[in-house]
Design a protein around this ligand. Sequence first.
Ligand code: PLP
Length: 397
Amino acid sequence: NSVFGHVVRAPEDAILGVTVAYNKDPSPVKLNLGVGAYRTEEGKPLVLTVLQFALICSSRVKEYLPIVGLADFNKLSAKLIFGADSPAIRENRVTTVQCLSGTGSLRVGAEFLAKHYHQRTIYIPQPTWGNHVKIFTLAGLSVKTYSYYDPATRGLNFQGLLEDLGSAPSGAIVLLHACAHNPTGVDPTLQQWEQIRQLMRSKGLLPFFDSAYQGFASGSLDADAQSVRMFVADGGECLAAQSYAKNMGLYGERVGALSIVCKTADVAGRVESQLKLVIRPMYSNPPIHGASIVATILKDRNMFNEWTIELKAMADRIISMRQQLFDALCARGTPGDWSHIVKQIGMFTFTGLNSQQVTFMTKEYHIYLTSDGRISMAGLSSKTVPHLADAIHAAVT
Ligand code: PLP
């Protein structure tokens, strides 16, 4: 008799489970629109050309990194998100630690807040990336939601967002998607960001940015960091979790960074000393390989430029998939307004299809997506758009 005999089988992860189901389907027309990873027009994973250069030039040292990771990587990551001319960086008010991609950065930031911040409530958008609730709860924060998405317009519920943040207790933490909100693809405009900033600063709410798609949304690294930079420009404090999974295609290397912008260099130094105490017993120190590739690219002007070109090409292909899907539905006369497909931004489209319609599309058309109707635009190609459009048409008529 096993001492683990009482262990019950846990359900598959809602997102990763889609791929498990897809892999089991023998149909030749099957289509996986659940994956949050970029695919080429041929449906293949993409290793950026610049990575292959960087691999040759990057360090072959295999020693342990310090607890906070690779120093160059940390400095360059802060510059990338806050801007090369950021006063907060110049004033040494930013502490940046290398973490295990976006997820690990969020978790380390959350553990730090649970230990050292006076307010343990974090507001996350409704809906949000499924992992947020678990990351923050397990770190010891108490999770509440704020209105974000309006199903009627398939756009932002801005009024609801302002009301909910307006009635949050002073000092509460607020999780904000820096750009390309997952799963909705709906971002505030710059004017709306400015209103959110004013409201949050007036109430002393602490911004925690999740930046998993910088450059991937619009194709511009600077444009996609505008929201974060507005909050740093006012001199206030904030946290930012960065991931290089999507924008450099380094998914499995687990490269990311957590930055905490503080009021003074002295505070930043003390914060960093405590971040080390969070990290050391969790995984001791981060992996060296991916971070040295990223640092190599960020530090070399030619490689950096090459990266921005490839990044823009990925963003442009996704934007073009939006247009093609929208056009295909218009051509079929599919009932409903589908303009949100071209208005939304980033990796995902929140189609508005309900779970019955999703089940129908999976069963009849072998198309795999999460039950909330989210489709990964990166998993589509010109060849597969007609099949998806046929499925959506059949599902709603
Ligand atoms: N945050 C959001 C909103 C995401 O969509 C993702 C990935 O899907 C992540 C964070 C973290 O991804 P990773 O840990 O692979 O960097």
